[in-house]
Design a protein around this ligand. Structure first.
Ligand code: ADP
Ligand code: MG
Length: 577
């Protein structure tokens, strides 16, 4: 007798998802489409999953640079950039960038895997064990830990809102290894998701505050406006244009406020900083803080200057100087209300104020141009020779985003290159830090799809140079221009001990950075004359490829600390052996 073996039906289990699935879906739920990071235990599969589900993953060689990219992404898109790091050292490397983002008011979220809690809380030691949440807390705008997969969507929405609301900043989101690996029924997980309403609500100012500010400006004889990177971030160039043109208000841009209104427009007072600080009677601060960059070595305000401050953060008001008319709210709402109020008032500006500034601008700019021309023949090139060669190329390519860091390379480039468009200059910003170059350049290229030129001192490039290879792997239209003067500040430092070691500021003026670029398949140039530099940069930008130009400067070009030597506790000349 034969029996038929009918297979018993396969047991049916409910479909399951992991914490990582939920995290990726939660990020997509709030609109995240790009992630910067560096993988390893416990986040490798998370990155693969994100990539598979349509979130672009840009993998770096150092977490700090991935973080600089995420921060720049946040600044340029007005949505949080996302950084993914591994536990302990990876987390800490990334935290530098998240902290820098917080100082600069850039929205970003650092998501880091972390160890199981128990051995951390009992201090027993474990693989890459660190109490990351508590390390991050004092350095970021907000920090959260998520321990259960059920909490992930809430945690992501909270992190997003914290990064973007009020004054933007860096947020830390700690996700434990057990949470990433935890398993849930898919049907239960589905119920966790929802459409968050109004992720970045408008914050209109109080009408009385707007009225007070408008009355102050209307009565001003010599008004001026300082445009900071908060205005660049807030995308209020249209409203600012209307304000300055309707009321004939000269503007002075802070470094990353350059281009919000054109640097060489008729009302630009870019070359008249001291005159504004000494003579303006009413100064509007639009997304700019009255911090160290607007005091001490950077000029001295007249004691009679009255300020109108537009800022989203009420705590910023009065923090260094009394503010006569604070307007707390988001810049778009505030400027809209302010313009409406201004239209009801008569103004009283001194008709000689703007023509006076325009005359001063003309004289100063002519002097500056004469210096560039005079330096055109200097050999080996100095910073001005090189910048004179770069200036016409950048002017012909106004939509290229400029990333800039260094000491003299930063200061002299800022002074030389006019910006015509908003959010096209990204630099060391409020902390004046070195080591933001490759990350910011990559973030700018990825976030906008535009071409980027990074002008880097040789010392500055050293902090992030390895991540030039990331730009190469992702085929980004980035040209890195390295001003090689062989040192921090310059390459002529002297070791006073005579033991033959390099001086503390000495690097290598003969280093061939272009050969580093060759290693990763970039198009590279080594240039020693301004003509070669002009041609190389023109070609490089037009190619839309990843390029590196090693610009050979003389070792004696550049001075200690560039424009901020006054911050050193003593001058080098006072050191006695
Ligand atoms: P800068 O260095 O260019 O002077 P800061 O970073 O010092 O600029 O200042 C930027 C200011 O802009 C911060 O005080 C921040 O609170 C403010 N800010 C940022 N975003 C907005 C916004 N959307 N509306 C109003 N103010 C903003
Ligand atoms: Mg140097």
């Amino acid at each position: 007798m034969s029996t038929t073996n009918t297979p018993s039906p396969a047991p049916s289990y409910p479909a399951q998802v992991t914490g990582m699935d939920i995290l990726v879906r939660a990020l997509k739920m709030v609109g995240i489409d790009t992630m910067y990071g560096l993988v390893g235990i416990p986040v490798t599969e998370l990155a693969y999953l994100a990539q598979a589900r349509g979130i672009r993953f840009v993998g770096f060689r150092h977490e700090q640079q991935a973080g600089m990219a995420a921060a720049t992404h946040g600044f340029l898109t007005k949505t949080p950039g996302v950084l993914l790091t591994v536990s302990s050292l990876g987390f800490m490397n990334g935290l530098t960038a998240t902290t820098n983002a917080t100082v600069n008011c850039y929205p970003m979220i650092q998501i880091s895997g972390s160890s199981v809690r128990e051995p951390i809380d009992l201090d027993q030691g474990t693989y890459e064990g660190l109490d990351q949440l508590n390390v991050a807390k004092p350095l970021v705008k907000a920090a959260y830990r998520v321990n259960k997969p059920e909490d992930i969507p809430t945690a992501v929405v909270r992190a997003y809102r914290a990064a973007i609301s009020g004054r933007p900043g860096g947020v830390y989101l700690d996700v434990t290894t057990p949470c990433l690996g935890a398993i849930m029924n898919a049907a239960d997980a589905d119920k966790l998701f929802y459409e968050p309403v109004d992720l970045c609500p408008a914050m209109p100012p109080a009408p009385d505050a707007v009225k007070r500010a408008a009355q102050l400006l209307a009565g001003a004889k010599k008004p001026a406006i300082i445009i900071g990177k908060g205005a660049a971030y807030a995308r209020v160039e249209g409203l600012l244009k209307q304000l300055v043109e309707t009321y004939n208000v000269p503007y002075f841009p802070m470094s990353m406020g350059k281009g919000v209104l054109p640097d060489n427009g008729p009302l630009s007072a870019l070359s008249c900083r001291s005159t504004i600080m000494e003579e303006a009677d009413v100064v509007i601060l639009a997304g700019a803080r009255l911090n160290w960059l607007l005091s001490r070595g950077h000029g001295k305000w007249s004691p009679d200057t009255k300020f109108i401050q537009f800022d989203i953060d009420a705590e910023e008001i009065d923090c260094n100087r009394p503010i006569a008319a604070p307007v707390v709210g988001d810049l778009e709402s505030s400027l809209t209300a302010f313009l409406a109020e201004m239209s009801k008032l008569k103004t009283a500006a001194d008709p000689a104020w703007v023509p006076g500034l325009q005359a001063e601008t003309k004289t100063k700019n002519a002097k500056f141009e004469a210096r560039l021309t005079a330096n055109a023949a200097v050999q080996p090139m100095d910073h001005w020779t090189a910048l004179g060669a770069i200036k016409p190329v950048m002017a012909a390519n106004p939509d290229v985003i400029l990333v800039n860091e260094g000491a003299n390379t930063l200061d002299d480039t800022r002074d030389t290159l006019d910006m015509a468009l908003p959010r096209h200059r990204i630099d060391c910003a409020t902390w004046a830090i070195m080591g933001m170059g490759m990350g910011s350049a990559i973030g700018a290229a990825v976030a906008t799809g535009k071409s980027v030129v990074a002008i880097e001192g040789d010392s500055a490039f050293g902090f992030s140079g390895m991540d030039f290879s990331t730009a190469c792997r992702f085929n980004l239209p980035l040209t890195v221009v390295i001003f090689n003067n062989g040192g921090i500040y310059n390459g002529v430092g002297v070791n006073m001990s005579g033991d033959g070691d390099p001086a503390p500021t000495t690097l290598d003026v003969r280093a061939r950075y272009d050969k580093m670029g060759d290693a990763f398949g970039a198009t590279t140039y080594y240039v020693t004359t301004p003509q070669e530099l002009t041609q190389a940069l023109t070609e490089a930008i037009a190619s839309k490829k990843t390029c590196l130009i090693d610009v050979q400067l003389g070792a004696d070009s550049g001075k200690e600390s560039g424009h901020i030597g006054y911050l050193n506790p003593a001058a080098l000349e006072t050191i006695k052996v």
